[in-house]
Ligand binder design. Sequence first.
Ligand code: HEM
Ligand SMILES: [Cu+2]
Length: 508
Amino acid sequence: MVLELQKPRPIWQIMFSTHHTDVGLLYLITSLGFLFMGGALALAIRAELFLPGSQIIADSMTFNRIFTVHGTTLIFLFIIPFASAVGNYFVPIMVRYKDMAYPKLNAIAFWMIPPAGALIWLGFADFTWYATPPYSIISAPGPAADMWIFGLKILGVSSVLGAINFVVTILKCKHPDMSIGQVPLLAWSFLSSSLIILVAIPTFAAALLMLLTDRLGVTGFFNPAMGGDPIAYAHLFWFTFHPEVYVLVIPAIGMMYEIIPRFSRKPIYSFNSGIFAFVLLSIVGFSSWAHHMYATGMSFTEKTVFMVGTLAAVPASAMHVYNFIATMWNGRIKFLTPMMWSVGGIALFFSAGAGGVANAAMPLDFTTHDTYWVVGHFHLFVMGTIAFGSIGFLYYMYPYVTGRMYNETMGKIHFIMSFIGTVLVFFTQHVLGLYGMPRRIFDYPPIPEWIAMNQIASVGAMIIGVSMAIFLANMIYSAGKGKPANTEDPFGVGGKYYYPFEAKNPSH
Ligand code: HEM
Ligand SMILES: [Cu+2]
């Protein structure tokens, strides 16, 4: 089978390889490493917030550093590289080409991630994953802050290089017999998210440079003392990062498009609406950044425009959900681990989307802005949908990559515990926000409701933590000792799998 690792090879042969499955493996292992590192920090945060007062973290400065690195790691060093891993493995196969369009560039894009990760972890900056001015330019301690800025800069370049490679591979290298409308939806998801990256990232790249020169005291773009405007940074930031949330979620939905039909043993209900919804989402993603700016004194008209712009994402997201449900409807569903994660991810996608609609309603947002509600909302997306889709897909890839099966019972336990934990943590955080608990606080007053809800959330996080240990054990143990997989049809759902390689594309 195409994805199977060749006979054991010395590690350096994989490290210096530019073949798409080897680069995919490097992305995969790196991203999973960062998943556990970022997750460990999450447990520290939840342990600290279990009770008012200081539990395990000495002071608020350290707390700020921990949640900054936690967020930066999980978004930029886990979710994005994980998607690149999947794209590397599957996109060339799906478009029936021998490799990515630019294999060396591909390896370079990967190799930018470890140094960027090192800058972020060795610096341990404290100014949140936004690096909001004026704090970030006036008093955030260096070199941590500068290391974070450089780390993010490198990650931005890496994403752009990766995106160029995906766009060219899909559009120019696909097999001549294959029309663009026949390219599988997972590959389409990479095409749409890559196009968002190419449009959005340069804005943030500029903002980071401005931040850096502001910190050096050379410029005053965002420094009020020098006539600059910190709010300008927030606009540049969200102009990139609202679309970026679709960069995160679109590949996860693409992964579900592989799993749901396979395990429902039915074709996708509507292939074309899937393509349409991806393209639509990547366009409307740009019409909504200022919903993060409602509380900064925009005019009523501006707010209304952005509220409508934000709501435009709802039909595009709902199309995917309908498509999944219609595909499962009357299917002969086989609930193995990958399918459970996908279906759970869809349920949480729906819940998180409903919360998003509430946020988008600007009068409501005034009560929830900068509270735990927002923390609950976006975590329900990043954890409940994106990580669920990704983890489900990891189980799905596992037999193809290792040639062995993971332990199904442990996989199911992992899913059930994570699902319960996710609901406990992030639903509770929504309510906590409605009770007025602000985000990013190290300590809180001993209000009985706040204590109780923080405890529920912390227990939920511990449940996820335990389930992740089971996951890790399963992955490592099964890679060596799992029973050999039937790589033709490892899940016994019948049907033909990967788009087998045919003659190499003659025009290359
Ligand atoms: C596609 C998946 C989504 C992801 C990954 C996502 C992620 C996020 C993130 C990271 C934040 C806040 C970050 C912060 O303040 O630190 C956020 C806030 C927000 N989201 Fe989403 N979101 C998604 C979908 C949606 C949808 C579908 C809507 C609306 C229909 C929406 C509306 C909002 C609004 C209005 C806020 C701002 C809340 C505030 O700061 O007061 N989001 N989201
Ligand atoms: Cu947004």
